[in-house]
Design a protein around this ligand. Structure first.
Ligand SMILES: *Cc1c(COP(=O)(O)O)cnc(C)c1O
Length: 731
């Protein structure tokens, strides 16, 4: 098993000796740093920051790296200087309490999962910026899923890959072209523990392919009560090429891809077994990990003497699948050669022919030229699949209707559970303090309940607005810091660097756009009529400014062109430096943006945004969402809680759709957003705007939280799937 949870040093608090006390403080800080629970505890975050504010920022808010630079003595000196002892003791006690509690919700609603947890498979996890094993929305969703499962006490273990170079860091050249840099992560500076067996030897999983043998080690990452197990092929005994197999997220070609997915899926199931964990439910978050199910079938055949068909039926009962994308390129497809090379040995063990295996990944099993699609496999081996918003559910049922040709479209077994975000991770602490004063006692433990959020109407509008302005000012400071740093790195002239230090107007209406630069997200939609945009941003009475950020996939040239188009607006005198681009979008940049903007802009080409979650983060903090009626917004917008672009229809021609949506975007800005924002009373308070903020918070915050989402998964997916094994468990 893995190393012990937290060191048991709290018994030493009464120690008189100074050295011993230093050791204790140090050990407690280390223990706090090694469970990512701290990432959603504002007081623990502030505690780490206070230890060394400058290094904290330089080290990407990584407490493991920060503490590695400090001796216990230096830490003690700092702790004495700032009188931090009681804060450390308190934080440590709260962590221990959190870990030993079994929360009520999980006990009453997910008790049946007890000793047979949900095994959650995902190829990326976005828990915090200091652990760079995510690229975007899918990863952050997985991270938020784990955090809410932890808070609610849902028995769940997570499985993924450890990328020692993570996803790339983004820099732009002077003329706006994206460059990618991969940085080796130092594992000793991450809160990872190598998993070991009963004798303390590292657990090594073996995977046979037709061409080689892969060795895999397993890391443990703690997220509150949930463990994420991360598989890593950087093991002695592997070929140099295989040692790098898991080094990059979404790196390499299709062969790399299938090998990574073999490791995550089949390797993941073997890792859980080696760790002594017996899942009762398998949850495939995206089709990437669907090979897992084939390995579970093999286990059942060996352990219980089932035939392949029996194993297939049984395993299907306890497997659920979440699909995330209506974009065809988002579905992995492999040709028969790659499949035979990598799945051949497992296929032998299952006793099935190559064609039978291939048919599991084909919409039409008789079509020999159809490649093997991971999404098709996932749909065929799960009892129930779900999309991630109501609209995406409809689109997905249409998309895969031919897999279920004997059923009517509305009887296709694909439902939806709309995505949500982990409120404690995305709510600014200043906002939380405000809510604490007006919301019911212990609201923080009931944040998935609508009644709690009605209290937002009790908040003094002036106070809500002031808190928002505080956060907006913080965003301005952040943008200026980042922009001047970007200019310095590009060796731009001193006056450019200097100008960046005072760029943007803290009083102007500020609109944010941050997300992957996939072209369907249409970051450049606002640029369709540049002169109209210039008139909007330069209105002397009612100025508007835009903050953009986002990465394009390294091979997405069109996406990079979009970045260039936006980033180069800073050279265009028409826009008067009112449109800026922040490099290297990540969880940290996202957090600053969604906490500080007035409006969060979302312009996907409907219906391609399955859900989207960044807008959900923004509304928690009082930003208003202005979005095409796509993804979660199609079911969230009610006319009074944000702004809608377009009327929810789409045109057959992309060109016409884009033209119409752009026109709507300008009109909504000119006729609704700008007038309402600048309709301020003599105290500078925009009363109608603040009411809209309150409508948004009260109607949306609870509904699009990941607590509600995980509760839905328990009710609609996990419990029905676990029923297949309930007779055994209820004994
Ligand atoms: C939340 C988040 C996303 C998802 O944004 P969408 O609006 O859903 O595209 C992507 N990247 C990061 C870093 C995030 O925090």
């Amino acid at each position: 098993m893995c190393a012990l949870e937290v060191s048991s040093s709290e018994e030493m608090t009464s120690a008189k000796e100074g050295r011993l006390s230093a050791q204790t403080m140090y050990e407690k800080c280390i223990a706090l740093s090694r469970n990512l629970w701290w990432t959603w505890q504002p007081d623990v975050i502030n505690l780490f920051r206070d230890l060394d504010p400058i290094r904290w920022r330089q080290l990407d808010h990584n407490p493991v790296a920060l503490l590695a630079e400090m001796t216990p003595e230096r830490l003690e000196a700092r702790v004495s200087e700032l009188a931090l002892h009681s804060r450390i003791n308190q934080a440590y006690r709260r962590l221990k309490e959190y870990l030993s509690q079994r929360p009520l919700w999980g006990r009453t609603h997910a008790g049946v999962l007890g000793s047979k947890p949900v095994a959650y498979f995902s190829l990326e996890y976005g828990v915090h910026e200091s652990v760079p094993i995510y690229s975007g929305g899918l990863g952050v969703l997985s991270g938020d899923h784990c955090k809410s499962a932890s808070d609610l006490g849902v028995p769940l273990v997570a499985v993924g890959l450890f990328y020692d170079q993570g996803y790339f860091k983004q820099h732009l050249t002077v003329d706006g072209w994206q460059e990618e840099e991969y940085i080796d992560v130092d594992v000793t500076k991450l809160p990872l523990d190598l998993c070991t067996d009963a004798e303390g030897k590292p657990i090594i999983i073996t995977l046979e392919t037709r061409s080689s043998r892969l060795l895999v080690k397993v890391w443990q990452l703690r997220v509150g009560r949930v463990n994420i197990y991360l598989l890593d092929t950087d093991v002695e005994g592997n070929s140099p090429e295989d040692r790098e197999l898991t080094s990059r997220l979404y790196g390499g070609d299709n062969r790399t891809r299938i090998r990574q997915e073999l490791v995550a899926g089949v390797g993941g199931v073997r890792a859980l077994r080696a760790l002594g964990i017996k899942p009762g439910v398998y949850h495939l978050n995206e089709g990437h990990s669907a090979f897992a199910v084939l390995e579970v079938m093999r286990e059942r055949m060996v352990d219980d003497g089932l035939s392949f068909e029996e194993a297939r039926r049984e395993v299907r009962q306890c497997t659920v699948f979440t699909t995330h994308t209506p974009v065809p390129a988002g579905h992995d497809r492999f040709d028969p050669g790659l499949m035979e090379e990598h799945l051949g040995p497992l296929r032998d063990a299952l006793g099935i022919s190559h064609e039978t295996l291939m048919s599991l990944g084909r919409v039409d099993p008789t079509r020999m030229d159809e490649p093997f699609c991971m999404t098709v496999l996932a749909l065929k081996v799960s009892r129930k699949a779900n999309a991630v918003s109501a609209l995406h559910g409809r689109v997905t049922r249409q998309m895969w209707a031919n897999l279920y040709s004997w059923r009517a479209e509305d009887e296709v077994p694909i439902g939806h559970i709309t995505n949500g975000v982990h409120i404690p991770s995305w709510l600014a602490w200043q906002m939380k303090i405000l809510y604490d004063r007006y919301f019911p006692e212990r609201w923080y433990e009931r944040m998935g309940e609508p009644e709690v959020w009605q209290s937002i109407y009790n908040v003094d509008p002036g106070e809500l607005w002031e808190t928002h302005l505080t956060l907006k000012n913080q965003l301005m400071a952040f943008v200026r810091r980042r922009l001047s740093r970007q200019c310095r790195r590009r060796n731009e002239p001193d006056e450019v660097i200097e100008a960046a230090r005072s760029i943007l107007d803290p009083n102007a209406l500020t609109i944010g756009f941050g997300r992957r630069f996939a072209t369907y997200k249409r970051a450049t939609l606002i640029l369709r009529d540049p002169d109209r945009l210039a008139r909007i941003v330069n209105d002397p009475e009612r100025p508007v400014q835009f903050i953009f950020a986002g990465k394009a996939h390294p091979r997405d040239i069109a996406g990079k062109e979009y970045i260039r188009a936006i980033a180069n607006l800073r050279h265009d005198p028409r826009f008067n430096k009112r449109i800026v681009f922040i490099e290297d979008y990540d969880i940290n940049v996202c957090r600053h943006m969604i906490q500080g903007v007035d409006v969060w802009l979302n312009t996907p080409r409907r219906p391609l945004e399955a859900s989207g979650t960044s807008g959900q983060k923004a509304i928690l903090n009082g930003a208003l969402h202005m979005s095409v009626l796509d993804g979660w917004w199609a079911e969230a917008y009610d006319g009074s809680n944000g702004f809608a672009i377009g009327n929810g229809s789409s045109h057959k021609s992309e060109e016409n759709t884009d033209a119409r949506d752009a026109e709507s975007l300008y009109q909504v800005l000119e006729n609704q957003v700008i007038p309402e924002f600048y309709d301020q009373d003599s105290d500078g308070l925009p009363r109608r705007w603040v009411l809209r903020m309150m409508n948004s918070i009260s109607s949306l915050a609870w509904r699009f939280s990941s607590h509600r989402m995980v509760a839905d998964y328990v009710r609609l997916a996990y419990l029905p799937a676990a029923c297949g094994t309930s007779s055994e468990m209820s004994r």
